[in-house]
Design a protein around this ligand. Structure first.
Ligand SMILES: Nc1ncnc2c1ncn2[C@@H]1O[C@H](COP(=O)(O)OP(=O)(O)OP(=O)(O)O)[C@@H](O)[C@H]1O
Length: 351
């Protein structure tokens, strides 16, 4: 996937910005508050329908009443307009009704401060990042995932106001077991690349092990767990067991990685995981996502940064990366620099 141009109107500090983008590296350069993250945020909204940070966010530029984002791709045009609660998405002039469709129109891999520490972060973050990768290499995963989410929401609603027999366990258990199976298959498929990347990147010869805790009691099927938990689920009003409670655990030397590695090493491990996800997408013959990087320099030393860039170069992906100064940009990569100040493009140059 490659963007040819991007237009942003009335998003946060940006009034109107147009970028003619490069097929490989697009460096967004500017001081704090210049608008770099806003450009990345615009791309994220276009590719997912959602902002990339948690919590309430005032995305609309002060004083304006709607924002408009659009991207031109080879032979395609995607536009998203938001006014209050109303959202309109158009792809080649046709309306798009579900943001799920955006995942296929503009696949993105987002690396930013809130998700770059996922190895040591929350189980939710690790699950989200793993599921992201599976979605792009398994044509059935999105559908099964949605079925599971629907059955889970219905079971939770039933638990709050139970009447008659619980009709949702069967569908939930079936989709849930399938999700666990597909997740395990995925982790096996990416294990070799992950090991290779981790060893090359960290300089360590340690074996890296991934362990997936299913989200329900070991030794039981999900159906058995749901039956067993029904009383406590009713008391709490939600479903305790299932792949929505799964946890991906990273281990090195038989120990939890987060107990024995430094913050920087954990970050490298997380980046190796995400790089292994990209390698698997490429090996599977699917289109590679556009990469968004909001904290390029953070916590990676010079050699780790250069190594990582080389990997991205080998994949030939399109990257948008924010930096506060040009000396953070490693030399020798084909691309463009966009200098931003106060939400405006001051100048651009090829590198
Ligand atoms: N709703 C809004 N309307 C107008 N300006 C806004 C709005 N929300 C945020 N801003 C301004 O946008 C700027 C933030 O832009 P952004 O986060 O894109 O900066 P940045 O270049 O990524 O900075 P940093 O390097 O600090 O992350 C700030 O100056 C902020 O005051």
């Amino acid at each position: 996937m490659t963007l040819e141009s991007l237009q942003i109107r009335s998003l946060r500090c940006i009034e109107d910005l147009q970028l003619q983008t490069h097929t490989h590296w697009n460096w967004l350069v500017g001081a704090n508050g210049a608008g770099k993250s806003t450009v990345l945020e615009a791309l994220h909204i276009l590719g997912t329908g959602q902002t990339w940070r948690h919590g309430p966010r005032n995305l609309l530029r002060d004083g304006d009443n709607e924002y408009l984002l659009s991207a031109r791709m080879p032979d395609h045009f995607l536009a998203l307009r938001r006014r209050g609660e109303e959202r309109e998405i158009r792809y080649d002039g046709e309306s798009i009704h579900s943001a799920w469709e955006l995942l296929d129109i503009l696949p993105l891999q987002s690396l930013h401060s809130e998700n770059s520490h996922f190895v040591a972060g929350s189980a939710d973050d690790r699950r989200r990042i793993m599921d992201w990768g599976i979605y792009y290499v398994d044509a059935h995963y999105g559908q099964i995932f949605r079925e599971y989410r629907r059955a889970l929401a219905q079971r939770n609603a039933w638990l709050k106001h139970p009447h008659g027999q619980n009709p949702w366990d069967m569908a939930l258990a079936e989709a849930g077991e399938r999700i666990q199976q597909l997740r395990q298959d995925y982790l096996m498929r990416m294990a070799e690349n992950l090991q290779r990347l981790w060893n090359a990147w960290s300089g360590s010869t340690d074996t890296l092990q991934l362990h997936l805790q299913a989200g329900w009691k070991e030794g039981l099927t999900l159906r058995e767990s749901l039956l067993r938990d029904q009383g406590s689920d009713r008391e709490m009003g939600y479903t305790h067991s299932g792949p929505h409670r799964a946890n991906l655990v990273f281990r090195v030397r038989q120990k939890l990685a987060l107990d024995i590695l430094s913050r920087g090493q954990l970050r490298v491990m997380g980046m190796a995981f995400r790089m292994a996800q990209l390698c698997l997408i490429q090996e599977s013959g699917y289109q590679l996502p556009v990469i968004l990087i909001d904290d390029f320099a953070a916590e990676l030393d010079q050699s780790a940064r250069i190594w990582w860039m080389e990997q991205l170069n080998q994949l030939g992906v399109q990257v948008f990366a924010a930096v506060t100064a040009t000396n953070q940009i490693p030399v020798g990569q084909a691309g463009k620099q966009f200098y931003l100040a106060h939400g405006q493009l001051e100048k651009e140059c090829d590198i």
